[in-house]
Design a protein around this ligand. Structure first.
Ligand code: SAM
Length: 266
């Protein structure tokens, strides 16, 4: 958990674009545009307001193997928005913090959730593409973390079709707490997509979840060895492998822990 008032102040300073990234705000979120104008409101209260306003307006795009997982996130979005926003990005990324770019860079956060980490990175001067396929989470993020340095995109692994069609490569590709939702066939394709998106000299940083998950958001076993093998076959070099405990109490209590992996693209 972290103090949230500092980031609220940052949100208050940001300009409010009519559109965020390339996606217009949906009418569902329009009343929340005034959140930043309310003095003394914390991000947590904003997150609660966003969560409360969540309806059943999910429109998921392409059908696919991950559809049930995404539906699970959409259904639980009201709780998850608050939970995700309570996590400290600095604490989460501590196992790889020294590897994150120190100069302004192009970063993509895949499975960005509410954009907590995208906002943290944008505040450091990076240009961030936040890829999130669940509309409820993406729109909550657009409302909570308005920044001209964040572009939101509705796309999904394993192909990341829209993102890859741009032929853009990133200095840093992030995947925090997403890999467990892909099964082995999808992971093979996904690793190829991640390789395609990583610039030469760039980094892929990902966390692997070990332990049980919510039945409504299916998880598959993750093994560091398998992931490293797949990454090496894609052309990455392993830079770091580090075990980490869960930050969230509920996950720690249920025996969840993590492996952070960082790869370089020579
Ligand atoms: C456990 S949450 C982590 C969110 C965020 N990265 C964080 O650390 O708070 C998993 C995220 O991955 C997203 N996700 C699940 N399957 C995905 C897929 N196939 N492609 C992209 N994102 C996916 C979910 O919508 C959710 O936002």
């Amino acid at each position: 958990m972290r103090a949230i008032t500092r980031r609220t102040a940052a949100i208050h300073r940001r300009p409010a674009p009519a559109t965020i990234g390339q996606e217009p705000m949906s009418p569902l979120w329009t009343p929340l545009l005034d959140i930043r104008d309310l003095p003394q409101r914390s991000v947590a209260r904003s997150a609660a307001a966003v969560a409360k306003s969540l309806g059943s307006g999910l429109t998921l795009g392409r059908a696919g193997m991950t559809e049930d997982v995404l539906q699970g996130y959409a259904t639980a979005a009201a709780d998850l928005v608050v939970r995700f926003e309570q996590v400290s990005s600095a604490q989460l990324y501590e196992p790889v913090a020294d590897l994150l770019p120190s100069r302004a860079s192009a970063i993509v956060d895949i499975g960005a959730g509410t954009g907590r980490d995208a906002a943290w990175l944008a505040d450091k001067g990076h240009e961030v593409v936040a890829v999130e396929p669940v509309g409820e989470l993406r729109h909550a993020g657009m409302t909570l973390h308005r920044s001209e340095r964040i572009e939101w995109l509705n796309d999904r692994l394993p192909d990341l079709r829209d993102l890859r069609s741009r032929k853009r490569r990133f200095d840093c590709v992030l995947l925090s707490a997403v890999w467990q939702h892909l099964h082995n066939d999808e992971r093979r394709i996904a690793m190829h997509s991640l390789g395609d998106l990583t610039a030469r000299g760039g980094l892929l940083i990902m966390s692997l979840r070990h332990g049980p998950g919510e039945p409504s958001r299916r998880v598959y076993e993750t093994r560091a060895e398998d992931t490293i093998d797949a990454a090496l076959r894609t052309g990455f070099k392993l830079i770091r492998e580090r075990r980490a405990d869960s930050i969230q109490d509920a996950n720690r209590t249920s025996g969840v822990h993590w492996t952070w992996l960082a790869f370089g693209m020579p």
